[in-house]
Design a protein around this ligand. Structure first.
Ligand code: PLP
Length: 367
């Protein structure tokens, strides 16, 4: 029987930290404070420092991190927000959750991140903000995106949910725009043992407003200045994340070593491998390849015990959720192509050499 390589596994990494995670949980249990206490305050300081930013605000998940960032910037009904067409649907849902309209722009065929030229073409007088997604752990071209946005007085948000620790021209993601949103969903590069998210920014006004919005719109007990939500990163998750945060750099380095082996082991094949732009230090959240007959490719890997996945099989505007939206296929041509051809190979920090070899052999035997 061929051994199986799952797409991702959290068991080994979690088990290695079990005693420290349990000790952190015990500290919270004994402290008896479960919401907005010391652990959250410490984690916010530590995560802000990790990103090289002044402020971090812990929230319930990555979707809320994006939504509350946009709301803190004043995005609301009647506004347009530009988003890459090729992204996880949460980027779009955050815009819709503010009552604003997502306006898709295309991505670059090399890096799969927001194409600054496409961005320029879809701006209108109603554009209030743009979200740049650091997709698969690879940063978007932030200088070019910021330049286009600044010409038009449009705010820029980084969706850094897949890119904790990634760098752009030597600077960490999270400090490259007006604000950035992170997710701590368990499989992200920094994952909680449940849901979690954070907004990071240097802007004290955005920090203050996100803090208010995550707590019912309240800064002082029973005084509600606006209609907020309940979306706080709880003490338990904050304490667990504090155990994992100091390990992110090592985990990202392990991902980088696996990616390097894939790039080397697959480079002579007729398969489109991920390209690293000269500005980027990616953190390999995913290792995404492209091939014409993607479904047959994935089925072949499966027959060799290797589980591949698709990120993402259907563009947001082709989903039921955005059924009513009309998008000119010419404006999102690259995104349409990518959605048909992408496949993600297994990649997580604790993968063994034997597993990496098995994936390489399985891919090679397809061609
Ligand atoms: C995971 C993810 C989100 C949403 O994060 P959640 O914590 O799952 O809500 C947003 N954007 C991108 C690009 C993501 O990968």
């Amino acid at each position: 029987m061929i051994p199986s390589v799952p797409f991702v596994s959290l068991t080994q990494g979690t088990r290695a930290l079990k005693h420290e995670l349990l000790a952190a949980a015990e500290r919270v249990l004994d402290g008896g404070n479960f919401i907005c206490g010391e652990e959250l305050a410490r984690f916010e300081e530590e995560f802000a420092a990790f990103c090289g930013c002044r402020h971090a605000v812990g929230v319930g998940n990555g979707l809320d991190a994006l939504t509350l960032t946009l709301r803190a910037m004043g995005v609301g009904p009647g506004d347009e927000v530009v988003t890459p067409c090729h992204t996880f649907i949460a980027t779009w849902l955050a815009i819709s959750a503010c009552g604003a309209t997502p306006v898709p722009a295309d991505v670059s065929a090399e890096t799969y991140t927001l194409d600054p030229n496409s961005l320029r073409r879809v701006l209108t007088p109603r554009t209030k903000a743009v979200i740049a997604v650091h997709l698969y752990g690879h940063s978007a071209d932030m200088d070019a995106i910021n330049a286009v946005a600044q010409e038009r007085g449009v705010k820029v948000v980084e969706d850094a949910a897949q890119a904790h620790g990634a760098r752009y021209k030597g600077r960490s993601v999270g400090q490259l725009a007006d604000a950035a949103a992170f997710s701590f969903y368990p499989t992200k590069n920094l994952g909680a043992l449940g849901d979690g998210g954070a907004v990071v920014t240097d802007d004290p006004q955005i920090e203050r407003r996100v803090k208010r919005l995550r707590n019912y719109g309240s800064e002082r007990k029973y005084i509600f200045d606006e209609q907020g939500v309940n979306s706080r990163l709880d003490e338990l998750q904050a304490a667990l994340l504090r155990v994992k945060l100091p390990r992110v750099a090592a985990a990202n380095a392990a991902r980088g070593r696996i990616a390097a082996r894939y790039l080397e082991g697959l480079r002579d094949l007729p398969l489109v491998l991920p390209m690293v732009a000269n500005w980027a230090d990616p953190v390999w959240h995913l290792f995404v390849v492209r091939t014409a007959d993607r479904d047959r490719f994935i089925a072949h890997l499966s027959s060799r015990g290797v589980t591949a996945q698709i990120h993402y099989p259907e563009l947001p505007h082709r989903q039921g959720a955005y059924r009513a939206m009309k998008v000119n296929p010419d404006t999102v041509k690259v995104s349409e192509e990518i959605a048909r051809e992408v496949a993600s190979l297994p990649l997580w920090p604790e993968m063994t050499e034997a597993m990496v070899d098995q994936v390489i052999d399985a891919v090679r035997s397809y061609f």
